[in-house]
Design a protein around this ligand. Structure first.
Ligand SMILES: [Fe+2]
Ligand SMILES: [Fe+2]
Length: 138
């Protein structure tokens, strides 16, 4: 997932939306399992959610930092500060996911892990909006 697909607003947005929709659905399932008190299935779902964030959004972020972001910053020096800010957003996503995993490993699936998965969605939504605002200027 790199190159032309990330350079075009439409295809890049489609990648974001597919990943976020899946994350939202899984987070919803997790929330419902916690409300039902089904700790075991909640934990299973939470680890699927961890894998989802790692293999989709965070792998996407790694690819952007290795390619697209460097190209934009190289071609358009006036956008460098915004690229630094976008990279910081990725760092927050990585940190939130690490915290979620630590909670799962430590105390199992519960409200604390859920809060982090919900925060991941909100931070990613804001991040994607800014990213798509930077991309067409390039
Ligand atoms: Fe990104
Ligand atoms: Fe992106």
């Amino acid at each position: 997932m790199s190159g032309p697909a990330l350079r075009k607003v439409d295809s890049h947005t489609a990648i974001h939306e597919a990943a976020l929709q899946e994350a939202a659905e899984l987070t919803n399932v997790l929330h419902n399992l916690l409300l039902e008190g089904d700790k075991e299935r909640a934990l299973e779902t939470a680890y699927i959610l961890v894998e989802h964030w790692e293999t989709r959004t965070l792998a996407h972020a790694d690819a952007e930092e290795a390619g697209l972001y460097q190209e934009i910053a190289g071609d358009s020096p006036e956008l460098r500060d915004r690229i630094v800010a976008l990279t910081r957003d990725h760092e927050l996503l990585r940190q939130l996911l690490k915290d979620a995993k630590d909670k799962l490993d430590g105390e199992g699936a519960g409200a604390e892990a859920l809060r982090r998965f919900q925060a991941l969605i909100l931070v990613d939504e804001l991040h994607n909006k800014e990213e798509m605002d930077v991309l067409p200027d390039h």
